[in-house]
Design a protein. Structure first.
Length: 230
């Protein structure tokens, strides 16, 4: 698992310099008080998730890069313009309207065994129409803005459209257990090919062909995520 390699305060200072902007300019574009931006730049405080999004959008930079991860600085506009349901960072959700079952962990990296602990729940707004949620482990989906420790909400379905992010189970023949992972799904039935693609260039695709495809089961589509990052 990778961890942030740089500090937000240094990344923010660098981005402002590259974009030829002053803190007051950033404050005007984001609506964030200049005093708060000064605290972020000094390292005295860190922005919450919604402000990370506003700052990254105003500076046209990649959010994981701003948070210190070793990814490209430039914002991926193709990805951002393709926004499927999983990207809901610019909304504020109620925190006490429904309980969604939390079913263990799901890998954002190599698949891991995900046990079902139905005693745990996550509070979310009623606009999150999910059947269950999973806690992410790893960094393979950081370019989709899904970080280690995030909660991802899943709507049950046994198929998704190509390019959508899904929770997927992979059968382990040695143990007959199912390992779970979160990836973009690409299925080409005419070629007998299924690809599970990460959102981090350091990870390779998982490729299944012919009979191997039967080992893979889609649990459902990722529709939103939630983070406790300050």
């Amino acid at each position: 698992m990778s961890v942030p390699t740089g500090e937000l305060k240094d990344r923010l200072t660098t981005a402002l310099s590259i974009r030829n902007m002053k803190p007051i300019d950033l404050a005007e574009k984001t609506g964030i008080p200049k005093s708060a931006i000064s605290q972020y730049m000094s390292g005295y405080a860190k922005p919450k998730q919604d402000r990370v999004y506003l700052i990254s959008k105003a500076l046209n930079i990649n959010e994981p890069w701003l948070l210190g991860y070793n990814v490209p600085m430039e914002r991926n506009e193709t990805l951002n313009n393709k926004e499927i349901d999983v990207y809901k960072l610019d909304n504020v959700y109620p925190v006490s309207t429904q309980k969604i079952p939390l079913l263990g962990e799901i890998a954002c990296g190599e698949p891991i065994y995900a046990d079902e602990d139905r005693e745990s729940y996550v509070i979310a707004g009623t606009d999150i129409r999910a059947d269950f949620c999973l806690r992410c482990k790893g960094d393979s989906m950081i370019n989709a803005r899904i970080m280690d420790g995030y909660i991802v909400f899943i709507r049950k379905n046994d198929h998704v459209e190509n390019g959508e992010i899904a929770a997927v189970q992979i059968e382990d023949e040695a143990t007959t257990d199912y390992e779970a992972t979160l990836k973009r799904v690409y299925y080409y039935p005419d070629k007998g090919l299924l690809i599970l693609r990460p959102e981090n260039p350091k990870y390779k695709d998982f490729v299944f062909s012919e009979a191997e495809i039967n080992k893979v089961h889609i649990l459902g589509k990722a529709i939103a995520f939630q983070s406790d990052i300050d």
